[in-house]
Design a protein around this ligand. Sequence first.
Ligand SMILES: [Zn+2]
Length: 128
Amino acid sequence: MPFSPPNDTAATPQRSWTVGMRRGAAGRCPNCGTGRVFDGYLAVRTSCASCGHALNEYRADDAPPYFTIFIVGHVIVGAMLILDRFVLLPLWAQAALWVPLTIVLTLALMRPVKGAVLGVMWANDTRS
Ligand SMILES: [Zn+2]
């Protein structure tokens, strides 16, 4: 009897991580691109209202905060160094500028970063 390898990979369509990241960062279901991923600010929906894909099986855990801190830290510290090279601001002005900017940037990036992480998890079929 000849050996025939399992044909699992042919049955599962290849998922693109760039498509998943783009859809997730836009707050859309990585599987279909039309349904919404989030129910609120950061809570992930149980399933997609459009295609029924189980979204709550992807557990991003600490990855979104980690990547958000990484991005915000590089942007803010880079901007601080560039500004410091041209303008000498007093300490109170530095605090008044950088602290709110850091908070706003963090809150603005957290959701798209979490969506992008979920998109990569969808592409790799990393379910809990
Ligand atoms: Zn969907």
